[in-house]
Structures are given as structure tokens and as C-alpha cells.
Design a protein around this ligand. Sequence first.
Ligand code: ZN
Length: 121
Amino acid sequence: MTGNFCSHCGNAVSPMAAACPQCGHPVATQQATGQPIGQPIGQPLANPYAPAKSRVTAGVLGIVLGGLGIHKFYLGKTGLGVAYVLFFWTYIPAIIGLVEGIIYLTQNDQDFATKQGVRVV
Ligand SMILES: [Zn+2]
């Protein structure tokens, strides 16, 4: 991708930026998301190199097997998953996993992708 220039002030703008950092003017980029101009600024584009995960699968795993951190392992957060396993006996991971699973299921795909650093499939 080539660089963009703000149509308002002429400042060079990163192709990833949704708006000019200089004047805040929205920049018409080659966005694949089809996000209309005027949306909240600062929404990163989906990382095409992020691992592809299913939001629903992660949510169900969190609810059913959250006590063992299976949803964390699924999302590639192995270190966190291990912590869930270590504290399994306290039942706290099960509660956190249940809540996280519900959050995943109620989140939209974009929020989930942004927070988890994945591509939603
Ligand atoms: Zn500008």
C-alpha cells in the first residue's frame, strides 16, 4: 500500500490511519472493511496475519471448559491458559471463564477480533 495524504491539510497519513493525525480530518483509505467515514476514529483494521478463530467456539469453550482455560489455549493465550489450570482448584477460573464466554458470545465480531488479536471466522 502506498501512503495517503490528507485532503484537508496535505499531511502525510499512514495507510492504516482512519483520520489525519494533524487535523483529524477523516481520510478515505483503501479500507477493505467498508467502514463508513465518520465512524469512531482509532478502529484498527483487522490484522490479516492474525490467527483465524471462531468467536462462538471460544465463547462455548469458556462457558463449558473455562475452569481449565481451554478457551485461552484456543485463542493462543497459552500463558493465561496455564494460569487457569494452576488455579482450577479454586473454581475462580471457572467463574471467569463463564463470564468471558458470555462476553465473547455477546460481543460483535469486530470487538472480539480487536480484543483478542484474532481474525474472526
Ligand atoms: Zn489533515
